[in-house]
Design a binder for this molecule. Structure first.
Ligand SMILES: C[S@@+](CC[C@H](N)C(=O)[O-])C[C@H]1O[C@@H](n2cnc3c(N)ncnc32)[C@H](O)[C@@H]1O
Length: 278
């Protein structure tokens, strides 16, 4: 599909086919940017974000809590877990606290490979390539479903004989069941050695009333490039098959290693966990 062919609203993006740079339909990266208070979004993104917020006001606090979760996870992985290699798939538009900044603050020698398939993220990729001198960053323009392409290209920077943290933060709900997201995650886990980590956050189907789910789905069908599949707790837990969950296990994003000073957070619609490959 070329950029002058408008995508059918509600159409899904085919395997290996990047979403076109079409500003008339909402893109996940830009909607998320809007929810976080960013400026890299268009009227169609804002319209879908606002329509979704109308049926589910928890979406905006969930986006903020998800971003904060990402920061805490990377700090944990680079700190306590001693990880020095990161494969961050579903990077999003660069904002405050990108993975390499958080990791390199803890361990300047950290190497980070970013992956996203959205043209606007690619357009901003330079902001992700500002590595510390001791470390390195790389950006791969690829679709998560093309797992082997990602692994082959990431091997240019990452040493797959040493532990790698694979982070899939708020991306897997954009992969429909038909594309077998569990098999995709299993392939990624199969490519990393013992001592590697997997971190996931995922929209929870059982964290919202059925009616809200239906109404959100209607909004996305009308105007979003990506269609989303929120999943239940047990379905999210299954992504971690072959790993041991780090305490406290699978919890809402705001409950995963909360900052000691954080008060009682508003409940989000996002499941999260971190697993270690034994
Ligand atoms: C909600 S953003 C999350 C950004 C960041 N991980 C965070 O949590 O702050 C999800 C990102 O995943 C990307 N994405 C969605 N489906 C993808 C796919 N099949 N392949 C690669 N990237 C994808 C979108 O373009 C978007 O930038």
């Amino acid at each position: 599909m070329t950029s002058d062919e408008p995508a059918a609203p509600g159409g899904t993006v085919g395997k290996s086919e990047p979403p076109p740079f079409d500003t008339s339909v909402a893109h996940q990266a830009r909607v998320y940017d809007y929810l976080l208070g960013g400026k890299d979004n268009y009227a169609a993104d804002r319209a879908v974000a606002e329509a979704t917020l109308k049926v589910n006001p928890d979406l905006a606090p969930s986006a903020h809590a998800n971003r904060a979760f990402l920061g805490r996870v990377i700090r944990y992985l680079a700190g306590e877990a001693g990880i020095r290699q990161f494969l961050d798939i579903g990077t999003g538009i660069p904002t405050a606290g990108n993975t390499h900044q958080v990791a390199q603050e803890v361990a300047p020698e950290s190497r980070v490979v970013y992956v996203d398939y959205d043209p606007i993220v690619l357009a901003h990729a330079r902001a992700l390539l500002t590595s510390s001198d001791a470390g390195a960053t790389e950006y791969i323009d690829a679709d998560l479903r093309d797992t082997q392409v990602i692994l082959d290209q990431a091997a240019g920077l990452l040493d797959f004989t040493k532990p790698v943290a694979v982070t899939l933060i708020s991306i897997l709900h954009a992969i429909p069941d038909g594309d077998d997201p569990h098999a995709i995650v299993a392939r990624l886990l199969g490519a990393v050695p013992s001592g590697s980590y997997l971190a996931i956050s995922h929209m929870g189907a059982d964290l919202m009333p059925a009616r809200t789910l239906r109404e959100m789905d209607e909004v996305w069908k009308r105007g979003s490039q990506q269609q989303y599949t929120p999943r239940r707790r047990d379905q999210v837990e299954r992504f971690f098959d072959g790993t041991r969950l780090v305490a406290p296990g699978l919890v809402r994003v705001e409950e995963w290693h909360p900052e000691p000073a954080a008060g009682a957070a508003r409940k989000t619609i996002m499941w999260s966990a971190v697993g270690r490959k034994p």
